[in-house]
Design a protein around this ligand. Structure first.
Ligand code: NAD
Length: 257
C-alpha cells in the first residue's frame, strides 16, 4: 500500500489506459478522482471495489473553465491531489491538407493544453503539502512521428516538451514531473484504427491488428493498461524521486528502430 492516503486525479479515466492507471494506483491505496465520458458507474464500482474512496468530475478537458471547476472539486472534496495523471486524449487520422480545423483545435486542447491547466492549478497545492507526482501520458508520437497524425504528433511532442520544462521548474522540490510514452495499446482509441485498417485492406479484425503491430511495434504485442499502471506506480514511488523530466517509452521496441 505504497500510496495509502494520497489522492490521484486521472483525466480521461472512464476507459482504456486512464482506467488501467487508476486501478493500479487504487491497488496501492490511493483515493481516485475519475474523469471522462461514457459509462461512469462501471469504472467507479471497479475502483471502489479496491477499498479506496472514489470521486468523479465530468469536466470537458477541452474547456479551461471546466478544468478549473474540476480542480476546485478535488480541493474541496479530497484536500487536493498529490498525483495528477494527465491522460485524456483523442485521435484523428487524415492528411494535413484535409485535416479538419475543428479536429486540430480539439486535439491540441485535449491532448496538450489541458495538461497546462491541470498542472498550473495542482502544483501550488503539491508544493504546499510537500509531495507530488505529475505523470503526462504522452505517446511514442511524442518522440517520433507517423503520417496522417499531424495534430496528435504535434500535441504529444508538445506534451513531452512541457514535461521537461515543468520538471526543470520543480527540480529542487518534492514534486516530480515525467511522461509515459506508450506504443500501441488495444483501447477504444486504437480499435477505431484497427477497424479502419480492416475496412481499407479487406481483412478481419485479427489480421488488421497483426498488420498494425507489424508496421511499428517489433514485439508484435500490444502494451497493456496494466503494464502502464505499474509503471505509473513506480514513478510515484520513493525509488523514482529523482526521475525528472523523462519520457519513458513502453512500446515493444517501436522507438528503438
Ligand atoms: P480511450 O479512448 O480508451 O480513453 C480516452 C479517455 O479520455 C476516455 O475516458 C474518454 O472519455 C476521455 N476523454 C476524451 N475526450 C475527453 C474530453 N474532452 N474531456 C474529458 N475526457 C475526455 O483512449 P486511450 O487509448 O486509453 O488513450 C488514453 C491516452 O493514452 C491518450 O492521451 C492517448 O493519446 C494515449 N495513448 C494511447 C495509445 C494507444 O495505443 N491506445 C498509445 C499512446 C498514447
Amino acid at each position: 500500500m505504497l500510496l495509502k492516503g494520497k489522492t490521484a486525479l486521472v483525466t480521461g479515466s472512464t476507459s482504456g489506459i486512464g482506467l488501467g492507471i487508476a486501478l493500479s494506483l487504487a491497488r496501492q491505496g490511493a483515493n481516485i478522482v475519475l474523469n471522462g465520458f461514457g459509462d461512469i458507474e462501471t469504472p467507479k464500482a471497479q475502483v471502489a471495489a479496491l477499498g479506496v474512496r472514489v470521486g468523479y468530475h465530468g469536466a470537458d478537458m477541452s474547456k479551461a473553465a471546466d478544468i478549473e471547476a474540476m480542480m476546485a472539486y478535488v480541493d474541496a472534496e479530497f484536500g487536493g491531489c498529490g498525483i495528477l495523471v494527465n491522460n485524456a486524449g483523442i485521435q484523428h487520422v487524415a492528411p494535413v491538407e484535409s485535416f479538419p480545423t475543428e479536429r486540430w483545435d480539439a486535439i491540441i486542447a485535449i491532448n496538450l493544453s489541458s495538461a497546462f491547466h491541470t498542472t498550473r492549478l495542482a502544483l501550488p497545492g503539491m508544493q504546499a503539502r510537500g509531495w507530488g507526482r505529475i505523470l503526462n501520458i504522452a505517446s511514442v508520437h511524442g518522440l517520433v512521428a507517423s503520417a496522417q497524425k499531424s495534430a496528435y504528433v504535434a500535441a504529444k511532442h508538445g506534451l513531452v516538451g512541457f514535461t521537461k520544462a515543468v520538471a526543470l521548474e520543480t527540480a529542487t522540490s518534492p514534486v516530480t514531473v515525467n511522461a509515459i510514452c506508450p506504443g500501441w495499446v488495444l483501447t477504444p482509441l486504437v480499435q477505431k484504427q484497427v477497424d479502419a485498417r480492416a475496412a481499407a485492406d479487406g481483412v478481419d479484425n485479427e489480421e488488421a491488428k497483426r498488420r498494425l503491430l507489424m508496421e511499428k511495434q517489433p514485439s508484435l504485442q500490444f502494451t497493456t493498461p496494466e503494464q502502464l499502471g505499474e509503471l505509473a506506480v513506480f514513478l510515484c514511488s520513493d525509488a523514482a524521486s529523482n526521475v525528472r523530466g523523462q519520457s519513458w517509452a513502453l512500446d515493444g521496441g517501436w522507438t528503438a528502430q
